[in-house]
Design a protein around this ligand. Structure first.
Ligand SMILES: Nc1nc2c(ncn2[C@@H]2O[C@H](COP(=O)(O)OP(=O)(O)OP(=O)(O)O)[C@@H](O)[C@H]2O)c(=O)[nH]1
Ligand SMILES: [Zn+2]
Length: 402
């Protein structure tokens, strides 16, 4: 091991200077993202994973939660329902809880069997959840069920935080439930997406093929569970699977009835989807080139391993693409949008770089493998218009190889 860190250290989790999704006026019901000092007397504890569970109304989110709570013994799990002024969630509490059901709407926390608790919150955020944990003791795992219309791309960056912030939780992964019977219709027509939401998305440059909440929930997923398979024929199920894979070739896809997934650990829980990038993750994505879905697709750029002096240029390319929504180095291109990004970028005579991104937040870490001369780099992009040739041309031009 070389003792001293080189001065061009790989950047930590990088966020754009201004978060374009957030207006910056100080609404006073919003807790500021305070840094939590790590110097307190609390002994070092391991961080608690949080899994975000999304999926449209009735897709089977609560069914999955109940299944996990029954099947995943030996862990204290906190279930958090993100209510957003949605009355349905009171019902959810009742479904999940097996005690205290009558007072569920008054008491924020409902104790569940096997030491789990359930609560319903309006403002999801690290501070809110850390308060919850403080008030209720330690938990081994947190499951956050979002409302059916939530865009996971807005929720994920709240929990995907830099080590330096000293947070006690970390984002483990996003699990999206889809309803086998209704998914194709939802992707083609939008579901429950009110006019306003669709108009809003158009204003954000989503003209052209319809980009629905169903797309967003699939494109950001680490795991997609196609539930309610009992309601469709084999052919219908096959079509749904293909459509899901064409949108997101990085996600693991499985099919279930009553959300009964074959295993939990490593399959929907404890994924470490935001800190690891395995070669296997990218291999499948590289093969998929179908563009069945008109709005969102997965695309892989393969390019030669970087020389050390190209690492900064690569980072500049990422910043321009993710923060400015532009392809650097002057090529004409179609307007695009990146939801998720993963890459393994070997650097000649140095360690491999592992790249992770969700929307405009990204992270580059050094892996342990060193690079052989002939290994190539792979960058997988999920989003709108990510299949265009201009991506590769722009990247190679920025690296000085074009
Ligand atoms: N036929 C069939 N019904 C299912 C399946 N899984 C769940 N359901 C039923 O579908 C309904 C909705 O399931 P939930 O788990 O409440 O779905 P949800 O996504 O939590 O719904 P909301 O919280 O309302 O958004 C319930 O009546 C379930 O019993 C399945 O695989 N097949
Ligand atoms: Zn539910």
């Amino acid at each position: 091991m070389s003792g001293d860190a080189s001065d061009d250290e790989v950047p930590d989790l990088v966020q754009p200077p201004i978060n374009p999704g957030n207006d910056n006026d100080d609404t006073d019901n919003d807790e500021p993202p305070t840094l939590i000092p790590t110097t307190s007397s609390t002994p070092l504890k391991s961080k608690v994973p949080i899994t975000i569970i999304t999926g449209y109304l009735g897709a089977g989110k609560t069914t999955l939660l109940n299944y996990i709570l029954t099947a995943y013994h030996g862990k204290r799990i906190a279930v958090i329902l993100n209510e957003f002024g949605d009355s349905i969630d009171i019902e959810k509490q009742l479904t999940v809880s097996d005690t205290n059901s009558t007072s569920a709407s008054k008491v924020p926390f409902v104790p569940l069997a096997n030491g789990c608790i359930c609560c319903s919150v309006k403002d999801v955020g690290v501070a809110a959840i850390e308060n919850l944990m403080e008030a209720n003791g330690d938990f081994d795992y947190i499951l956050l069920e979002t409302t059916g219309l939530a865009d996971p791309g807005n929720v994920a960056p709240l929990f995907w935080l830099d080590e330096g912030l000293g947070s006690s939780i970390f984002l483990d992964g996003i699990v999206t439930l889809v309803d086998a019977k209704n998914l194709l219709k939802s992707l083609d027509e939008g579901y429950g997406d009110d006019e306003e939401a669709l108009e809003g998305r158009k204003e954000h440059g989503h003209a052209g093929p319809l980009l629905t909440t169903a797309h967003l929930q699939i494109s950001h997923a680490d795991v997609v569970i196609i539930n309610k398979t009992d309601l469709v024929s084999e052919e219908e199920l096959e079509a749904v699977q293909q459509r899901v894979r064409s949108i997101n070739a990085l996600a693991k896809v499985s099919t279930t009835t009553k959300a009964e997934v074959p295993t939990l650990e490593g399959f929907i829980l404890d994924l470490h989807a935001y800190d690891a990038v395995s070669a296997a993750d990218l291999t499948f994505a590289e093969k998929g080139h179908s563009h069945i879905d008109p709005s969102i697709s997965t695309s892989t750029i393969v390019f030669p391993a970087l020389r050390e002096e190209q690492v900064d240029r690569f980072d500049r390319w990422l910043r321009t693409v993710l923060w400015e929504d532009k392809l650097p180095d002057g090529k004409t291109y179609e307007k695009f949008e990146i939801h998720r990004l993963k890459g393994r970028i070997p650097v000649v005579r140095a360690n491999i770089l592992l790249v992770q991104g969700v929307r405009n937040v990204y992270d580059v870490n050094e892996g342990t493998e060193t690079t052989s001369e002939d290994s190539s780099a792979k960058l997988v992009l999920i989003g709108k218009s990510v299949g265009q040739k201009a991506f590769e041309e722009s990247l190679l031009a920025t690296l000085g190889q074009g």
